[in-house]
Design a protein around this ligand. Structure first.
Ligand code: FPP
Length: 252
């Protein structure tokens, strides 16, 4: 008989849905290359996969979704690929913002906007100010984002406030400080790395890696990742069943 629940896993409890899911959408280039298509075609199909992910998250009752669309390091890609990605973002914003609002999806961007074209920044502002009356999902798009950049900008903001640098004062200034930290990080494309995504916010996040290339990630893949999360036991550094907020043994 196969052991479907190894000892470190709890039996499946599908009702346990992560409130906040973060996703590194990796594998667009390889997906395209395998089909003898230009890498940019992979990004286009990747945009369709993102729409499926959003639908899946709404269906499962995920409240927050944060996706890594463009990292601080992605500028190092060939200029034509960077240009095509920026154009894809512009088109997606123009086309999808009203549709997303109609689905109850509120958009927000995180990252350094300064190097982006004004046309893009204006679309981002418009998308963020599009009213969504009763949001079912808050979609955060990380664009020109880097986890180290985030920590540095938070440290600078805390310093400008003149407060002592502590875990709490820094946390208050991190991007997405006003929402729960991610419960689940999904990375597609077979790589097992964080790649400078949400370094601070992922401290207690459950990681889910899959070989599926991003454009192939579909509703079934979303359901599988959420089901896997439901089997995890999250301890946050504690011993299960023995919660003792102060056992008097902490070293000062
Ligand atoms: C990584 O795959 C993917 C990206 C750098 C871009 C992510 C963008 C999208 C999914 C497009 C849709 C996004 C929005 C917000 C409309 P890769 O190119 O590194 O793939 P590879 O590892 O196979 O080369």
């Amino acid at each position: 008989m196969s052991n479907r629940n190894p000892p470190h896993r709890k039996p499946a409890a599908p009702a346990v849905v992560p409130r906040h899911v973060a996703v590194v959408m990796d594998g667009n280039g390889r997906w395209a290359t395998r089909r003898l298509l230009p890498r940019t075609a992979g990004h286009k199909y990747g945009a369709d996969a993102l729409k499926r992910l959003v639908r899946g998250c709404v269906q499962h009752g995920v409240e927050y979704l944060t996706v890594f669309a463009f990292s601080s390091e992605n500028w190092k890609r060939p200029a034509d690929e960077v240009g095509a990605l920026m154009e894809l973002f512009v088109q997606a914003l123009q086309r999808e913002t009203p549709e997303l609002a109609a689905q109850g999806v509120a958009l927000r961007f995180v990252g350094d906007r300064a190097p982006l074209q004004e046309r893009m920044r204006e679309l981002m502002r418009q998308a963020e100010s599009t009213p969504v009356e009763h949001p079912r999902l808050r979609l955060n798009v990380a664009l020109n984002y880097g986890g180290r950049w985030d920590i540095v900008q938070a440290a600078r903001a805390a310093q400008a406030e003149g407060v002592e640098l502590t875990e709490e004062s820094l946390a208050r200034h991190m991007c997405l400080a006003d929402i729960p930290e991610p419960d689940l990080l999904i990375r597609t494309g077979g790589e097992h790395r964080v790649s400078n995504f949400l370094l601070w916010q992922l401290a207690y996040t459950e990681f889910y890696f899959t070989d599926t290339l991003w454009p192939d990630f579909d509703e079934k893949s979303v359901a599988e990742a959420i089901a896997d999360f439901a089997r995890r036991e999250r301890r946050f550094g504690r011993v299960p069943g023995k919660t003792s907020p102060d056992n008097g043994l902490r070293v000062a």
